[in-house]
Design a protein around this ligand. Sequence first.
Ligand SMILES: Cc1cc2nc3c(=O)[nH]c(=O)nc-3n(C[C@H](O)[C@H](O)[C@H](O)COP(=O)(O)O)c2cc1C
Length: 346
Amino acid sequence: MIRENALTTDEYRWSIGDVEIAGPLVLGPMAGFTSPALRILCRRAGAHLVYSEMVAAQGIKHRNRKTFALLRTFDQEQPVAVQIFGGDPEIMADAVPFVEKAGAAIIDINMGCPVPKVLRSEGGAALMYDAERAVAIAAAVAERATVPVTCKIRAGVILGDSSYLDLALRLQDAGVAAVAIHGRTVKQGYCGDADHAHTKALVQALDIPVIASGDVFSPKLPASIIDDTGCAGVMIARGAVGRPWIFSQAKDVLAGREPSADPAPGTRMGIALCQAQMMALEIDEARAVHKMRAHLAWYTKGLPGGKRLRGAFNTIQSLGDMRGLMHDYVDYLAAKDVEPPPERAK
Ligand SMILES: Cc1cc2nc3c(=O)[nH]c(=O)nc-3n(C[C@H](O)[C@H](O)[C@H](O)COP(=O)(O)O)c2cc1C
């Protein structure tokens, strides 16, 4: 269905503090996934803003080499929000100059991650239980930063808990320039559906922009979430893994067009190879090839012979092996004259 009240691209422009964002489509932060390679691909596909994975403020304090590797950003991905986590206001604020030096256009504070490593730092979702600490961290980071500071929160601790509204208001007062909300509670983790009624409640409560996050797997959803909630941005996280072109499809919908079809298998392989090559420039080839396995599992989802292809990808050691397998696969499809996979853009 064509969206009747489609806005022009200009009408979707917004800003976070003084950083102008050309449209509403945002690549959400994902630990282990949103490295510069995926961020650059998503920007090229049409994402208007991209988030790094979370980076430990403690790691920055201890000048940890691996932590600093996670901070790297590139001109091609700007504007990029670099997300930090931690539970100590001073350590979080001390991380700011390093994050800015690494090229962050925006600094985001993780207030929603429920994994034990992050909870132990008293950061991430632990801050949803401790508004005082959350606000102290936001104030300290905003005070030190020369770039805008944002927070990514959950929709409360348990279902029915609306304390996130009060927390977000206090974050706004503390100098935060935008809030992203994953529409699930901390206790829900990833169970149940994300509820964007919380996004709407936040939009109504705050003067700063709100970004919706949760279950955006269809390119048609950003437009409808914006219509339903009035939010400024919509994050796509899991839906962009092995599928960066979802951003160009979502842009089609925002412009009032039907989303273009998913790329043909050969093109998908080319995009995946491009990601792997960029990753090999960021880290080393062996690690890039290993890390790409998780991405390739998604790039091959729904493709004819995808299961066998995934098995084969899990044994490769080099970019050359990857390229060879991809060529063989495309030849196999051509020889069999296999129908292209069914379109996933629903
Ligand atoms: C593998 C994985 C890693 C994630 N890492 C982060 C993270 O580092 N920081 C964060 O704020 N959220 C993180 N998230 C949460 C996502 O940003 C997003 O809010 C959540 O997955 C819901 O959106 P989606 O349904 O579009 O994936 C992660 C999610 C996944 C699946």
